[in-house]
Unconditional design. Structure first.
Length: 65
């Protein structure tokens, strides 16, 4: 059984991931993007998608961030 604390933790993690993604996107140069930065961005986006899908499955949708 999923507890409210679990859902709150997922929502918090989603917010943190969104903030980290924005920070990494600010590091992206207009040209010649470095592979490690892109890999970091892809990892964060993948984790964000997983957390979001878990929240959707639990009927929580996207939290107001």
């Amino acid at each position: 059984m999923i507890m409210k604390n679990d859902i709150d933790s997922l929502k918090l993690r989603l917010k943190e991931l969104d903030e980290k993604i924005k920070a990494v996107e600010k590091q992206l140069p207009a040209h010649s993007v470095k592979p490690p930065i892109m890999a970091q961005l892809f990892e964060l986006e993948d984790e964000r998608d997983t957390v979001f899908k878990t929240l959707e499955r639990l009927g929580q949708g996207h939290p107001d961030l």
